[in-house]
Design a protein around this ligand. Structure first.
Ligand SMILES: [Zn+2]
Length: 113
């Protein structure tokens, strides 16, 4: 399962960060999940709980933040959410906008006790 390996790498990163901070207990882990990252927030949540059960991270909460897809127009700089995957700029009609958000996946913050 895709989400399981992601959950494990998030747990590993959180453990490493906590041990660098004197082994404090991890309370909350923020994760940015892009709209087209291919990851289901529900599945990730489930896999994370399964991964940390009966470990030093047991009880730590995963706090996923969905990140919508955003394009930025190369011509006028307008940022917009595309209706279709390859959308024209709604402000000036130019093509050639590039994606600036929506495919990210990773830890955004870590809350320690
Ligand atoms: Zn534009």
């Amino acid at each position: 399962m895709h989400e399981l390996s992601i959950a494990q790498s998030i747990a590993d990163a959180a453990r490493e960060h906590a041990s660098q901070n004197g082994g404090r207990r991890v309370v909350r882990i923020g994760v940015r999940v892009g709209e087209i990252s291919g990851v289901s927030v529900d599945a990730l949540q489930f896999c994370f709980e399964m991964t940390v059960k009966n470990t030093d991270l047991d009880g730590a909460a995963l706090d996923p933040e969905p990140v919508p897809v955003r394009y930025r127009c190369a011509a006028c700089g307008q940022e917009f959410h595309p209706v279709e995957f390859l959308a024209d700029c709604p402000a000036c009609g130019a093509t050639g906008a590039s994606m600036v958000a929506g495919d990210e996946l990773g830890m955004s913050f870590l809350e320690l006790e």
